[in-house]
Design a protein around this ligand. Structure first.
Ligand code: ZN
Length: 293
């Protein structure tokens, strides 16, 4: 199944059409996406047996983040071998964990303001949790708590991220629009192996023109290069924190981030981030507006 957020309401996407969950279930599930995640096991069982109407056409650019208001957002750093290699760092023995504050979350077609000339991109597989869990006993148990997967971008302002006596990962990665994900939560039964997915990002606009190719491929990797696989991440996080339905985990990025080679996003750029079997994000970038909101 593909569960998405259209104007704050949970929808199922089937054959590119939208089925409103609350309407189709006669009010049993929804209307908000997190209501659906909070009842995930019952919902998944209902979806498996339900008969659905044909659904309505919808404008994909109006999709919001699949869960707009998770209780917790986790992000994992240095979790691809090729990315650790390009950063010149050894592979971590434990999860490197930070948060993206929830106000940074955005829909798959977000237009993102650039607060500086040092905004980088990190294409990531995102995990959405479907069941409250703490101290999961095994990797199988961890896997069964995963509601599904999405494509994410962990946009990062590298100056704020790295300045000061200790790095400020969470702050530098939490400007508005810095956490787009989607286009939908794709349930695990639609993904053969989350550790064998092609993950890529390509750009058009001034940054591509400066590289002499449009579109220009920025990242081209595989989740096979993950150091901690998705079930390991869920298992290890749960040894410390209680995970809740709807929690969002950005699982790290493969090689090709801009900071390692002096490529940063520019106003007028358009970045397409894609993961095999899940879908794409389509983000455009504009200069920051000066007025305060
Ligand atoms: Zn990241």
């Amino acid at each position: 199944m593909r569960l998405a957020n259209l104007a704050g309401r949970a929808i199922l996407i089937r054959d590119d059409r939208a089925i409103d969950v609350a309407v189709a279930s006669a009010g049993r599930f929804g209307p908000a996406p997190r209501d659906v995640l909070d009842a995930w096991d019952d919902f998944a069982e209902w979806v498996a047996g339900a008969e659905f109407p044909r659904g309505d056409e919808f404008d994909a650019s109006e999709l919001g983040p699949p869960v707009p208001d998770p209780r917790q957002v986790f992000a994992i750093g240095l979790n691809y071998r090729d990315h650790a290699d390009e950063a010149g760092l050894s592979y971590p023995e434990h999860l490197v964990v930070f948060t993206k504050f929830a106000s940074s979350l955005a829909g798959p077609h977000a237009v993102v303001e650039l607060p500086s000339d040092f905004v980088d991109f990190e294409t990531e597989l995102v995990v959405i949790i479907g069941r409250e869990s703490h101290r999961l006993p095994s990797l199988d148990a961890a896997k069964s708590t995963i509601a599904g997967y999405a494509v994410g971008q962990d946009y990062s302002e590298r100056v704020v991220q790295l300045q000061g006596p200790a790095p400020q990962f969470s702050l530098g990665k939490s400007y508005p629009g810095f956490g787009p994900y989607g286009p939908a939560i794709v349930s695990p039964d639609e993904i053969d192996d989350p550790s064998a997915l092609h993950i890529a990002a390509r750009i058009t606009g001034p940054t591509a023109d400066a590289q002499g190719a449009s579109p220009f491929t920025l990242q081209d990797g595989s989740t096979a290069d993950l150091i901690f696989a998705v079930e390991q991440i869920v298992h290890d996080l749960s040894q410390v924190v209680t995970l809740h339905p709807g929690d969002v985990i950005f699982t790290g990025t493969p090689a090709g981030v801009g900071g390692s080679r002096g490529i940063f996003l520019k106003p007028g750029d358009r970045l397409i981030s894609t993961i095999e079997g899940i879908g794409s994000l389509d983000n455009q970038f504009v200069a920051a507006r000066s007025e305060r909101r």
